[in-house]
Structures are given as C-alpha cells and as structure tokens.
Write a protein that binds this ligand. Structure first.
Ligand SMILES: C[S@@+](CC[C@H](N)C(=O)[O-])C[C@H]1O[C@@H](n2cnc3c(N)ncnc32)[C@H](O)[C@@H]1O
Length: 331
C-alpha cells in the first residue's frame, strides 16, 4: 500500500470510522504499525513539550485495543463458526431421520385394511349390573375402541342396545365418546341390526367351538360384567333368538388356571389379534396376561372340543376385572 493511501486511511482508523471488514489483514497491520509510530511520535513530542495536549485520546486507545483483540480472536471465531455449522448439520440430519420415522408410521397407517367382520357389544344387560360394574364395562369398551383404532384390520364396531346406565356413565365421565370415530352407537337390539343368519353369539357356555372367523358375519359379545352371577345368560339368549353361538377355542391352545370366561375387552382384542395373525394360539397369548395363568398346551392341539361340565364351573374374576383395562388410551 502506498504511503499516500495509508495516510488517507490513518485518520479514519484512529477515529474508529474504518470498519475491520473494509480492510485486509495486511492493511490493518500496516495501519496499526503507523498508529503505533504516530503514537510514539506524539507521545515523545508530548514529553518534549510539557503541558501540551495529548493528541491520542484514551477512547482512541481503547478502540485500538478492541481492534487488536478482534484480530487476535479471529481464529476463535473461525472455530466457533465451524462448530455452529456442524451443529446445524446435525440438527438437519436428526430432523430428516424424524421425518423418515413419521413417514414409516404413516406407511403403517396406510397399510391398515379394515375388516368387513362386524363385532357387536350387546349392551342389553344394563339393568342387571351394579353401577360399579357399569363403570368397569365402560372402561372395557373404551379399551376395545382404542384397540380397534390402532388395529391393522379394524372391525366394524357396534354398540347395540346402547342406553341406560352405561350411556349415562359415558355422558358423565367421558364426554368425548360422542366424537368417537368408526363406531356405531345403536339403541336397537342386535336382532334388529343384522340378519339372524349372520349372527354368532360368542359365549363361553356354547358347546360349539369357533374354528375360523367369517368376515361376512356379525359376532356378538355380551356387554356384561357380572362376576359370573348370571352364568349362561348369553348362551340362553342365543338359543331363544335361534341364532348361532360359539366359544373361543381357548381349551385347544391354552391351559388356564381357572375358568374360560373372559372380559369383554379380552374377547374383542383376541378377535382383532386373530384377524391379524390368523393363528389362535398367537392371538390368545398376545392378549391374555400370562400372570393369570394362561399357559400354552404343550405339543397337543385339540380342535372342536366340546365344553366339559368341569370347565363350566370355573371362574376367573381377575380376568373379568383385569386392571389393564384401566390403561385406556383414547384415540
Ligand atoms: C364377562 S363375560 C359375561 C359372562 C356372562 N355370565 C355370560 O353368560 O356371557 C363377557 C362376554 O365375553 C364373551 N366371552 C367371555 N369368555 C368367552 C369365551 N371363552 N368364548 C366366547 N366368548 C366369551 C361373552 O360374549 C360374554 O358374554
């Protein structure tokens, strides 16, 4: 840089009007050298002529110090910029991964194929239940609803004979039920909702054992929490209405500690699991809590076994009022 141009920049520099970005490092260093030279000269002159005013003010000196510091921290800033870039890169990467995950979840939702199978919960036993059991039934229904919403093959879910204590309980404790999707609330009895020839009542008291699920049919679960006080009530109903009935093939695959009367939500979930897995044993064990004593029958697979009198007397209160139904997740 010529002496002339340096002389032009020098006053600007000492006044702090020259931005660091407007100069190259070489220029800055040349200017700084000149400032130091000039300072020395001025200071020497000041010493020589005692009492003469100081030409370099403290403010200017401070500015110079700041400038020097700015130059010294150049490397540090470079490192910081690099760190920031890396952080942004990592953030972008994790964002992309999160998008991939949500895409795969969407893909799973897209893979959902609703079943044509109709599954009814028959709520016509409302007046046989004490209010605490109505509350339990409500929770079991909530569980059925949320499981159906997340199932790979959701069923056509109906609540028939919906009214009375149950409806009142739902209105008092779960106002959101009115907005539930993919469920039919019907005050009519199931006999008015489907053709008799399409109906199969699921009941542990039936001598017939379910082997397959027919997706053109309507299966009925008794909406009842009765601690088996009304033993055989759903079986008798099925006989009265002249419709088919069947028990789940539990005895063929599962050795149970106690009775084979399951809670509403367990029966519902077993049906959903079977639609997905097409395997009763897998369906039972994915739903039934093993702590309740459900153990697979080793080696033997018994089919279409008749229900023995011995089993009829067994009862498992625990399964009916299983605490897992309290973990209802609303969707
Ligand atoms: C707690 S149980 C009610 C028991 C009631 N005493 C009865 O006679 O059905 C609830 C409902 O789940 C269904 N269920 C329970 N265990 C079953 C099994 N082993 N096979 C088929 N359905 C079953 C029946 O529809 C039953 O009404």
């Amino acid at each position: 840089m010529s002496v002339r141009s340096l002389a032009g920049l020098l006053p600007l520099y000492t006044e702090g009007l020259l931005s660091p970005s407007a100069t190259t490092p070489a220029m800055t260093s040349q200017i700084q050298d000149s400032v130091v030279l000039k300072e020395d000269t001025v200071c020497t002159a000041a010493l020589q002529e005692e009492g003469a005013p100081q030409p370099v003010s403290k403010r200017q000196l401070k500015k110079l110090q700041r400038q020097k510091q700015w130059e010294e921290q150049r490397e540090l800033r470079k490192i910081k910029r690099k760190e920031k870039r890396q952080k942004r890169k990592l953030e972008r990467q994790s964002q992309t991964e999160a998008n991939v995950c949500s895409d795969s979840r969407k893909r799973i939702r897209r893979d959902v194929v609703p079943s044509t199978l109709r599954l009814f919960i028959d709520c016509s036993f409302d007046n046989l239940m004490a209010s605490k059991d109505v509350k339990k039934l409500h929770k079991q229904i909530q569980r059925c609803y949320s499981e159906n919403r997340r199932a790979m093959h959701p069923v056509q879910f109906h609540l028939t004979s919906h009214g009375g204590q149950l409806k009142q309980n739902m209105e008092e404790h779960d106002k959101g039920w009115i907005n539930w999707k993919d469920i039919h609330f019907q005050s009519e009895h199931y006999m008015k909702v489907a053709k008799p020839e399409d109906l199969i009542y699921l009941t542990s008291d039936s001598p017939d054992v379910l082997e397959e699920l027919d997706e053109t049919k309507a299966y009925v679960i008794g909406g009842l929490v009765d601690h088996n006080h009304h033993k055989g009530i759903t079986y008798r109903q099925a006989l009265e209405h002249g419709i088919r009935h069947a028990q789940l093939p539990l005895g063929s695959f599962v050795k149970m500690n106690s009775r084979k009367v399951l809670a509403v939500n367990h029966v519902f979930e077993i049906i959903l699991a079977y639609l997905e897995k097409k395997d009763w044993k897998e369906a039972f064990f994915s739903v039934l809590p093993q702590r309740k004593g459900a153990v697979p029958l080793e080696g033997e697979v018994v089919t279409s076994k008749k229900h023995s009198g011995e089993e009829e007397d067994k009862e498992d209160e625990d399964l009916e009022s299983d605490s897992s139904v309290d973990e209802t997740t609303e969707l």
